[in-house]
Structure formats: structure tokens, C-alpha cells
Design a protein. Structure first.
Length: 199
């Protein structure tokens, strides 16, 4: 029984490996790296990171970066889940083994980071503006990606499902950031540090 279970598991791993090899071959066979669509995905990866470098508020850099990292992690897990379940995928991946890297690691986190930064600096309601951003991304940007052939949805997935996905990401990331900011403030208010000169 145990051998059968391990054998079945090994077969599943092999199928995953075959799927990845097929995607790598597809990427090479159709010279995706030389297409306009590929260059657009590269732009979605590099452009937001350059913008962030110049626009991030360096006085709040760790808080904003932690928030962005939380967005990246949560959104990355959701995106991986969606791809593994066959709900969506990216026909022009920048790197075949990381199909969603342009959106997971750059465009979406940076977009929400700048919204978060703006709401902090202007004392605006984060949830209101984050939800508006999620609406624009779900019902404006994603249909544009689909129209350009850069994003493909399967099963019965709709733009509303994508909106709910964004909504959960932006709420969880904000709550997580709030928790760590509170812990930091709470710790600092109850402890005083004395730095000793090195011997």
C-alpha cells in the first residue's frame, strides 16, 4: 500500500515536470522572447520597479516595503493557486518557470505600494482607494491583458473573481502591515535601548 502511494506521488511529480518541460519548449518553439508581447511583459516587470525607486517615500521605506512584500507574497500564492488549478495563465511568460513574475513581483505590488504610500502621506482612507485600484485592475487592466493575449482565463473564472482575489490580497496585506507596525510601536514604547561603546 505504501509503495503504491509513493509510486502514485512520483507519477504526479513526473507529470508536473513534463508540463514544465512542455512550457519551456513552447517558449522556445514560438520564440516568445522575440515577440512584442514578451517585451510588454518585460516592461511590466522592469518599469514599475524603476518608478518605485524614484517615487518611494524613503522616510517610510521599511513600512511601505514590508507592505509591498506582503502584497507580493499573498498575491504570488493566489496566482500560483490559480495557475495550478487551471483557472488562468500567462501565454507570454518572461521566464517560463515563473509565468506570473511580471505581475506578482512588480506591477501589482508596486501599484498597491504607491496607493498605500499616497493614502498615508495624504491621510486618506486606504481601503477606499485600494478598492478603487482593485476595480481598475480587475475590470480595466485585466480585460486589456486578455485582449492583448497576455493573460488567459479558463473554466468559469470571471473578472469579478479576479476582483475578489485582489480585494483579499489588499485587505490581508494591510492587516498584516498594521499588526507589525503595532508590534514595533508597542515594543519600542515598553523598552529603552542603551548602546554600549565597543571595547
Amino acid at each position: 500500500m505504501e509503495k503504491e502511494r509513493i509510486k502514485e506521488f512520483d507519477k504526479i511529480v513526473e507529470l508536473g515536470e513534463q508540463g514544465q518541460k512542455a512550457l519551456n519548449q513552447y517558449w522556445l518553439d514560438y520564440s516568445l522572447y522575440a515577440s512584442v508581447e514578451y517585451l510588454m511583459m518585460v516592461l511590466f516587470l522592469v518599469g514599475p520597479l524603476i518608478l518605485l525607486f524614484f517615487k518611494i517615500d524613503r522616510t517610510k521605506i521599511f513600512r511601505i516595503a514590508f507592505f509591498g512584500y506582503s502584497i507580493h507574497m499573498i498575491f504570488g500564492y493566489q496566482d500560483l493557486f490559480g495557475r495550478n488549478m487551471g483557472y488562468w495563465n500567462y501565454p507570454f511568460p518572461v521566464i517560463p518557470v515563473l509565468p506570473g513574475i511580471s505581475l506578482d513581483s512588480s506591477l501589482i505590488p508596486v501599484t498597491f505600494m504607491l496607493v498605500y504610500q499616497w493614502t498615508i502621506n495624504h491621510k486618506k482612507n486606504y481601503y477606499l482607494y485600494a478598492i478603487l485600484t482593485a476595480v481598475i485592475l480587475s475590470f480595466g487592466f485585466k480585460p486589456l491583458l486578455v485582449g492583448l493575449g497576455l493573460f488567459k482565463m479558463y473554466e468559469d473564472v470571471s473578472y469579478f473573481h479576479l476582483f475578489i482575489s485582489y480585494l483579499s490580497v489588499l485587505i490581508l496585506a494591510k492587516l498584516l502591515t498594521n499588526l507589525f507596525v503595532w508590534m514595533k510601536n508597542h515594543y519600542e514604547s515598553h523598552h529603552t535601548f542603551s548602546e554600549k561603546e565597543p571595547n
